[in-house]
Ligand binder design. Structure first.
Ligand SMILES: Nc1ncnc2c1ncn2[C@@H]1O[C@H](COP(=O)(O)OP(=O)(O)O)[C@@H](O)[C@H]1O
Ligand SMILES: [Mg+2]
Length: 296
């Protein structure tokens, strides 16, 4: 039987001098793929550094199955795989050399590495280039070797900071397949500011805004919140400004004298509407717009 794993953030706060990067962050993660979604500067990387013990909170704590991760020390680090946002692979290393180096840092023995490296290379589909220098790799290949190093120690918790940045569409699909294969046994947390990446990869969502968690939940359930509130409307050009200031506008398409607008919110009485099925992007834009208005 597979064991239960639970990672919990409890009243996490982090300040850099006057800047409050995290404000009373609370959540519980169980097995599955979580997307941490937020704009640049929202606090995603800060949160991930705390979850991996690279950085410590100003107050609050993180527990793994009830124990403070700071007290668990090495035992906790053995459970973690991490790909930081600023991720530099050593250009002069071959893929195999790089994994040997990273594995040694993680405390794996030469025997373990001999067995494990071909496995992870196979998993991220880099077997063919095992002996090639990392400098010759594309952006997507560098990300995949980043994942390979993060999973060398069979982590229970995999934390990936903006792993899809710079991937082309094909690489994104490959990446999403890799993660979904691992998700049954692990907690996977990945950050991004790209909504469509979350939809393709994660099934649960954590939305962070200015250091605060504004929503958590299953993506399908969250999206239901805007059911019946998403519209596509063809209207006069001069309405665009009004709609834009009052509603969460998802996209705009010019069509001669008219403009087609997709927006989330209550419908206006005298426009020509088509109701549409909501997507995660509709939902996200809606809650971000709401947050903006509440802060005014
Ligand atoms: N080492 C640091 N010193 C000072 N401010 C920082 C530091 N790291 C992050 N910040 C600030 O904390 C906030 C959150 O940053 P970060 O966690 O990197 O956000 P994200 O990863 O979502 O883009 C930002 O305002 C950022 O400028
Ligand atoms: Mg970041």
């Amino acid at each position: 039987m597979s064991s239960k794993i639970e990672l919990q953030a409890i009243h996490l706060c982090k300040s850099y001098r006057k800047k409050e990067a995290l404000k009373d962050v609370n959540f519980i993660l169980e097995k599955g793929v979580y997307g941490l979604l937020g704009e640049n500067g929202a606090g995603k990387s800060t949160l991930m550094r705390i979850l991996t013990t690279v950085d410590s909170p100003t107050s609050g704590k993180v527990t793994y199955n009830g124990g403070n991760i700071v007290d668990m020390n090495e035992d906790y680090r053995d459970l973690i795989g991490y790909m930081p946002q600023e991720y530099n692979v050593y250009p002069a290393f071959t893929a195999t050399d790089f994994l040997n180096y990273m594995g040694t840092l993680k405390g794996l023995s030469a025997d373990e590495l001999r067995k494990k490296i071909p496995e992870v290379l196979e998993f991220v589909n880099l077997t063919d280039v095992a002996k090639k220098k990392v400098r010759t790799f594309s952006g997507g290949m560098k990300r995949r070797i980043g994942i390979a190093q993060a999973i060398l120690n069979d982590p229970k918790i995999l934390i990936l900071d903006e792993p899809t940045a710079g991937l082309d569409p094909e690489e994104r699909i490959r990446f999403s397949n890799i993660l979904s294969q691992m998700a049954k046994e692990k907690i996977i947390l990945l950050s991004t500011h790209i909504v469509s990446d979350i939809e393709a990869i994660a099934n649960r969502l954590i939305v962070i805004r200015k250091g605060e968690i504004v929503k958590t939940g299953c993506i399908d359930e969250l999206v239901e919140d805007v059911e019946g509130k998403v519209w596509e409307v063809a209207t006069r050009q001069d309405m665009l400004h009004k709609v834009n200031s009052e509603k969460a506008v998802i996209h705009i398409k010019q069509a001669g004298k008219e403009v087609h607008i997709r927006f989330v919110g209550e419908a206006y009485p005298d426009m020509d509407y088509t109701p549409v099925t909501p997507t995660l992007e509709d939902y996200y834009m809606f809650i971000m717009k709401k947050g903006e208005n509440e802060n005014e």
